[in-house]
Design a protein around this ligand. Sequence first.
Ligand code: NAD
Ligand code: WQD
Length: 350
Amino acid sequence: MKVLVTGGAGFIGSHTCLSLLEKGYEVVVIDSFVNSHKKSLKRVIDILKLNKNINNVNIEIMELDIRNENALDKLFFEYQSNGNSIDAVIHLAGLKSVKDSLLNPLTYWDVNVNGSINLLKVMNRYKCRTIVFSSSATIYGISSNESLKENAEIKPINPYGRNKVAIEDLLNDTFFSDKNEWKIANLRYFNPIGAHPSGIIGEDPMDVPNNVFPYITRVAAGILDKLTIFGNDWPTLDGTAIRDYIHVMDLAEGHIAALNKLIECDHQIMNINLGTGIATSVLELVETFERVNSIKVPFEFADRRLGDSCKVIADNSLALSFLAWSPKRDLEEMCVDGWKWQLLNPTGYK
Ligand code: NAD
Ligand code: WQD
């Protein structure tokens, strides 16, 4: 089975490609490398060769912008002409910074939404109608519920979140235009952190990180002075905000579970939360990181960050029952693996 992974060189993409290859899928990656390095996929190949003694890793990598419909068409055409069609797509390519999306909404709509429209047009043309899409918990409105079910209110508050909703709508409309053809999984990720336990691949933000975990690893490494914790007056036990952190390898394996489910099932569309369902405050995250890695993470408190929620936790019961998937790595492993990646790669892939 040949799977096209868009954005496959990125943080989640590289870990997902590794999982796919480990399970014996043939992988084709397209990426513009606007937020990733070609080295990430070379490292994926290294891991496979190290662990499995495999000489021939079945991956092809191409520099391609998903906004370029002609190039996408050519790619699908060439595989089809060689009798080696693309069977399914895992669609991760896109821009992901909430802050940047507020500054550059047109670019975000163009890359994320127009890029997805192009991809779907070409998939439809070549009758490749199985897609796993990387959606986000960011689409849910602020909620007072303990955890978020897939039918919780959809109310994004920034362009990035609205892009994700638009793409889910697009996929929904596409599905209902021809119910007998499409198989679609919208995976709504919560907060992916950590790295592959080898420390060979991991998250490598191009700039000063916006997200808390890569910020923590850089503070621990002495690259950044201290962590600023946004708000210690939230209505939580220690006053800091609560999130559902999930190990990136568990997330990667969630894609394989979703893909397998789509392959075996009839045509359908599914919206599925990928999280652990476990609540962790920012202070708990920092304390766990310090304890398991025996290292200090200096921090200071500041005002709440604009647009932040107090608590974002997945109700992951649908993923557990329907995908027969469950997260296997705990917060300690996320902290150990993420720190190993930082230690072994102080300048990321550079
Ligand atoms: P990432 O930036 O590491 O990966 C995205 C990849 O897409 C990068 O390799 C980038 O170069 C590529 N890309 C960007 N624009 C492109 C274009 N026009 N054409 C082709 N490739 C392009 O981010 P990630 O954390 O791996 O996220 C992957 C997907 O998951 C994104 O769609 C993101 O919105 C979504 N997501 C991420 C998180 C998270 O916290 N990391 C949470 C929820 C959803
Ligand atoms: C987590 C907690 C911050 C940085 C974002 C996107 C979401 C999804 C995942 C893509 C919050 C606090 C953070 C810092 C801090 N991405 N924090 N100091 O905001 O839950 O989700 O990434 O889809 O769309 O919004 O993740 O890691 O930024 O923040 O105190 O320097 O850490 O206030 O409580 P978030 P995050």
